[in-house]
Design a binder for this molecule. Sequence first.
Ligand code: ZN
Length: 518
Amino acid sequence: MSVAGETAADGPVARLKKLDNEAVLLEHIAAAISWDQETYMPQGAVEERAHQQALLQSLVHERNTAPEIGELLAAAGVDPGADEQDVPAALVEKLGEVDAAFLREKRRQFQHSTRLPARLVRELAETGSRGQNAWITARKENDYPQFRPWLEKLIGLSRETADALGHSGERYDALLDQYEPYMTTADVVSVFGTLREGLVDLVQRISDAPQVDDSFLNTRFPVDQQEEMSRRVMTALGYDLDRGRLDRSAHPFTTALGAHDVRITTRYDEELLTSSLFSTIHETGHALYELGVGEDLHGTLLAEGTSLGIHESQSRMWENMIGRSRPFWQRWMPDLQAVFPRQLRDVPVEAFYRAVNKVQPSLIRVEADEVTYSLHIILRFELEQQLINGTLSVEDLPEAWNAKMKEFLDVVPPRNAEGVLQDVHWSFGAFGYFPTYALGNLYAAQFLNTMEKQLPSMWEEIATGKTRPILDWLRSNIHQYGKVRSARQLIRGITGTDLDPGFFLRYLTDKYGELYSL
Ligand code: ZN
């Protein structure tokens, strides 16, 4: 991608880019030591590492809030204090799409970093870290009351954060915007409303149908072979090990240490073959997005995924829509059988395909299948919205959680450890994050619908192992733009319409209607 822009080496845009690049370099250094902490760092280094991180974060913050940034934005033609989202059209005309987007995102970052008082940032970080410790114990001991005061405190701090960032009456808007920029609570309420109705109905119909047999997966799969299989699949999908690594960690994640160093981790459990396999494909999807950002954006704040929802659309498209498709296993089943002959030699492709798509309402979000997953998210979205606007008290939360589980999935957690205490997010104050997981499913299905029209032989090619055209499509339509185009601009530009949950519902109805003979 190349768009002509202002290139004067001594102009305000060039100076902003220099300051921005220093902040990006510091962030990548912070990512490197954080990756190390999650993978190989010895336990004894925890305390020192926290000080190292704090120093780096304060250096980044200093660079992003320097008064000079505001002056340079103004000199470049952008009002640093304005509440508008876009930069003036004349500026886009003059600078081109990329530099105009750079100014838009730089102002957004400047506002976010200057509007939050240092006291609040510190208090959130400290309360979040102690809240997370309290949550670990509370979950282990199934003791919600122990976690309650922390949750109350974190909700209070999140409200303060929303007020500091600014909103027009709906505090949740400001929190959501941190993770899914430019999307509003009303947008989410609207798409999730339609989605919930369609999903509850589909889950009900599947529950009434005969269940698929996945009993052959209940055996042992040595982790070394699982890792071998994960490596084969991720490299076949286009992940370049010269620009990344696969390591092990307690929770799988993807992190960018630079434009040419995007690493993923996974975890292995001898009794759970599909868990490592699909989480590796999931993280590969995230990594391919980061690795596909256009070279002209490298080293700037534009060189990353545009929103968590779009990021999640990439991981979920590879994991579920492609990785759990029949053609994909027509290609990969012989390999899997060669790696695990004793366990899978006699399992037909069709049986494996059905087993990895088994739908079953369950208590735990991270173990949920493709159909029920988004209901777990809608539940969290509805509850956290009420917690933030004060219509639900922390005291009544477990009861409200269980009532919604009954309503959406017809299952009720026997203990809070398997209910309201199961996720880490609220324990460090991440309100507004959850919706992005389900938005990812919706974006992915809508992108897929357009992709299928533009790559009419994609499914036949997947069956022969040819996924390169898919990666090329994603790169040219989505990845190369980084943060230049917002989620809304991408979905409109690529598919011709705004986000519409109908695409995901039709995708699920087609796939599972056939699978469960509905
Ligand atoms: Zn993900």
